[in-house]
Design a protein around this ligand. Structure first.
Ligand code: KG4
Ligand code: ZN
Length: 346
């Protein structure tokens, strides 16, 4: 049994470590340290080579700081949970090698975690009673997934994006609007000053559970090119684009709830950092379902969610050996197509 789990996350541009300790029967978050790399802002996106170098410099101090904040010595750590994928291979390798070294040198249990499973577990850190069955909508910079989660460890894919991820669309539209990187928070901020008055498509609305954001992004590009005064229209474009994305996410989540008969939807991934999304979703699902969403710190990439997903697997008696490898396209254990999946539904 693991009573103290150290989590490590380095899949993209955040170097993060967290400590979970047993409190009664369940895990409690004792510390969480997230170091966001700022080297990428000037390039308008994450530069993989720079990300791995920055992880290499930061990983030791970030882990030490997480242990210190938790008041836990390294030799009291029972297990190390680390993101094994998916993500940037050079970045993942830093975390995986560090975790393996800690496990090998200190005789600790090692568990490799799928990054997206971490996102599904994030809200349970604040709401320990949250449990399946539920619908999960995971929207990040790399993925947009709608899942039927009948129990922990089983993830039935209802739908996914056919092109851009929702967060990626936010980042690209932010770049068109000259708002910098990352785009999501900048668009959310600016949208508060604008109105949803620009006519934009709601791609694949009413057409199954899959998503598509590439056409919407192009539609915004045409509006940007077509305006003679971007300065005056920027906030309305941000508000209209955000409304279009959230309309689609909300409608598909509602359809998935109807399809499964569940009464809870879990939002996760970087896009779920948006308070606007949480409130739009809560409003539209009023009386139908409860919306479970963690605070933004736990929805952005962080090691607490990785430690929590690792905790679940450790409790089931699972562990990784020292051959654990980082994989840029790691298959998700437990992910399956819904048996009754049909593209015409939803
Ligand atoms: O999960 P995450 O931190 O990293 C990945 O695993 O991809 O997600 C990052 C994504 C970025 O595309 C970012 O623009 C988006 O989440 N994001 C948001 C907001 N905050 C972050 N999108 C919309 N509104 C936000 N407030
Ligand atoms: Zn993520």
């Amino acid at each position: 049994m693991s009573d103290v789990v150290l989590g490590i996350e380095t899949s993209c541009d955040e170097t993060s470590a967290a400590v979970l300790v047993r409190d009664g029967t369940g895990p409690e978050l004792a510390s969480l340290v997230i170091l966001s790399q700022d080297v990428h802002a000037v390039f308008g996106g994450v530069v993989p080579e720079l990300a791995s170098r920055a992880h290499l410099q930061a990983i030791g101090p970030v882990v030490d700081r997480a242990l210190a904040e938790a008041g836990v010595r390294l030799d009291a750590v029972d297990a190390v949970a680390v993101t094994a994928g998916p993500g940037l291979i050079g970045s993942l390798l830093v975390g995986v090698c560090y975790a393996k070294a800690l496990a090998a040198a200190g005789g600790k249990t090692l568990i490799g975690v799928h990054h997206l499973e971490g996102h599904v577990f994030a809200p349970t850190l604040e709401d320990p009673d949250l449990a399946p069955p539920f619908v999960a909508l995971i929207a990040s910079g790399g993925h947009t997934l709608l899942l039927d989660v009948p129990e922990w460890g089983i993830y039935r894919m209802l739908g996914e994006t056919r092109d851009d991820a929702a967060g990626e669309a936010f980042d690209k539209v932010a770049s068109m609007l000259e708002l910098g990187y990352p785009g999501g928070p900048a668009i959310e901020r600016l949208a508060k000053q604008g109105t949803d008055r620009i006519d934009l498509p709601r791609p694949m609305l009413g057409q199954g559970f899959d998503f598509s954001f590439s056409g919407l992004k192009t539609a915004v590009l045409h509006k940007v090119r077509g305006t003679s005064d971007l300065e005056a229209e920027r906030a309305d474009m941000a508000a209209s684009f955000q409304a279009a994305v959230f309309d689609v996410l909300t409608a598909k989540a509602a359809a998935a709830l109807e399809h499964t008969g569940y009464d809870t939807v879990v939002l996760g991934g970087g896009v779920a950092c948006s308070r606007t999304l949480a409130s739009v979703m809560t409003d539209r699902l009023q009386g139908l379902a409860r919306v479970a969403v963690a605070n933004p710190r736990l929805n952005a990439d962080n090691a607490a969610m990785i430690a929590r997903a690792g905790w679940f697997h450790l409790e089931r008696g699972e562990q990784s050996d020292l051959y654990l490898d980082a994989q840029a396209r790691l298959p998700w254990p437990g992910l399956e197509r819904a048996p009754d999946f049909s593209p015409s539904r939803g």
